[in-house]
Design a protein. Sequence first.
Length: 249
Amino acid sequence: MPADPVPADTGTPGVEEPAPWRRGRRDRKAAVFIGVLTLLLGFAFTVQVRNSGTDESLAGQREEDLVGILDDLTAQEDRLRQEIADQRTLLDQLGNTDSQSATALEGARERAEALGVLNGSIAATGPGLTLTITDPTDRVSAATVLDAVQELRGAGAETMQIDDVRVGVSTAVTGSPGALEVDGKPVTAPYTFVVIGSPQDLETAMAIPGGVESKVGREGGVVRIEQSDAVVVDALRPLDDPEYAQPAD
């Protein structure tokens, strides 16, 4: 019996031998791309085998043998098609996963930066103003400086510092006139506020009748304001470790 048609099945092993490539792969994506290429080549080779069989190699075969060979090749082709589809699906999933991970990472980074600005743990820049309170007679009180902080917050200040002390949600202004402290750190006149927010809104808040400018004036001081398109708040506030609070599940 002629044995020549049997090699028609030899295209299959070439498809099933990705082991050398697997040993040399660098990462998962590379392996997926290589697998897809291998399957495509195997599929092309299988189709070629089906189409290139010569009359000489098949002429001596019985009809049932030829049907069996054709069925085997058809089954191999179907398997290759399915494997190609599976690999393409995997590639799409990997691409979507990478994109989602990158988006999530970027979102987390932006939230961390926003929180850092608000709690004073990172430097910030933006439009705002520089406010200076002079106190030539050492009469400006801690209450007046604290009023300035609160009025600026109420006017939309996003972050600020007084001299080299970053203002936080728990900031306290203490001491006696001429010897003030912000969060326990001594500050000296003239007291310089660097504030990020809407420059016009912030300045308007300072000029409200009976507000900060009036109080400073009654205590012998003067308020000077300089608006700017870009100020830098670079004093940093250390983060306090909570003693009682814990993250909720």
